[in-house]
Design a binder for this molecule. Sequence first.
Ligand code: MG
Length: 156
Amino acid sequence: MRIGHGYDVHRLVPDRKLILGGVEVPYEKGLLGHSDADVLTHALMDALLGAAGLGDIGRHFPDTDPAYAGADSLKLLEQVVELIRQKGYRLGNADCTVIAQRPKLASYLPAMQENLARICGVEPDQINLKATTEEKLGFTGDGSGISAHAVCLLLP
Ligand code: MG
């Protein structure tokens, strides 16, 4: 087995869509980034790449590359899953936490879970999702941004 960890942050700004786990969440702001800035999917990708010893998403999908401008992060996840497969691994399970003061995410988690599981080729219960606030502390607490953590196990 191989363990991986991923962490990502994006800033919340007006006039952007808020995409988390491939789901558009209605909110007055969205995440700023070169791609669709799907912070949850990015954390999961980094966990998968880390577990496989394949570096990080910055190495595979540089934000200086115009090819990834506005990219659908689920498509990038698809490529990461293929890299993992080529290395002879499959996802055992992942556990992810999104940290956001607002909006409330609980009702959107099942749709995110379904998206991520479908792309990873696993059952939904192999990708656990959680959402929490940070009690109004720090940059997530004051609404400046959203962060996400992910850990995963890869199996041979
Ligand atoms: Mg990112």
